[in-house]
Design a protein. Structure first.
Length: 210
């Protein structure tokens, strides 16, 4: 099959996915029983396209415009997760998308699949941590963040900030300072600087008290 025919087939498959979707709240979920001949799909081209879309998706600040990317991204990463079931990356991306949709069941399922495949896969554990953090489950979030070392910036900065915030909420100012200072080294700012000064003062008072 030539290159043009492959692209036509890929577009057809994705259209089939979209036409077989069903509505749920503000978004849609996809059904997974659509028969597709995956051998005819160029997974590398599909992955490149999906990742380009996702990178753009992450930069969008308009929530209404952002919704338009949800279903096309779900379609692509769902196909990739079937084609490469041993790769935790695609399941992680699906988990992130379902998390944004507010679909807890599917989000957790995808994150568990990703972390079961590779327990110390930083991108998956970080994203799973974000899932728990958004829902106020801070100890569970912290457990995931602890095993998500080695992330590139800006994910690393976000991880440091959230770990600092969790420790601060738990009243452990000493550990909170460690992570806030790590975040400050990557991206300094006046608000963060003032927070560090405040926590150093509180931590000093606690040490004197004890």
């Amino acid at each position: 099959m030539n290159r043009f025919a492959k692209h036509i087939f890929l577009v057809f498959c994705l259209c089939v996915f979209i036409n077989r979707c069903y509505a749920t709240t503000k978004y849609v979920n996809i059904e997974y029983d659509v028969p597709i001949d995956y051998s005819k799909i160029d997974k590398n081209a599909l992955a490149t396209q999906a990742n380009l879309f996702f990178n753009h998706f992450e930069q969008i600040t308009d929530d209404e415009y952002k919704k338009k990317y949800i279903q096309p991204l779900l379609n692509r990463y769902s196909v990739l997760s079937v084609m490469v079931p041993e790769d935790p990356f695609n399941f992680t991306r699906l988990g992130i998308l379902y998390d944004i949709m507010g679909n807890d069941r599917y989000a957790k399922s995808c994150f568990f699949k990703a972390t079961n495949l590779v327990p110390d896969y930083a991108y998956a554990t970080y994203s799973f941590g974000n899932y728990y953090y958004k829902r106020g489950l801070y100890r569970k979030a912290l457990a995931q963040y602890k095993v998500s070392e080695g992330l590139p910036y800006p994910y690393s900065y976000d991880r440091y900030m959230k770990m600092g915030a969790v420790y601060e909420k738990l009243g452990n100012y000493k550990e909170a300072l460690v992570f806030y200072k790590s975040a400050y080294k990557q991206q300094n700012g006046l608000d963060l600087y003032n927070k560090i000064l405040l926590l150093e003062e509180l931590n000093s008072k606690n040490m004197l008290y004890h």
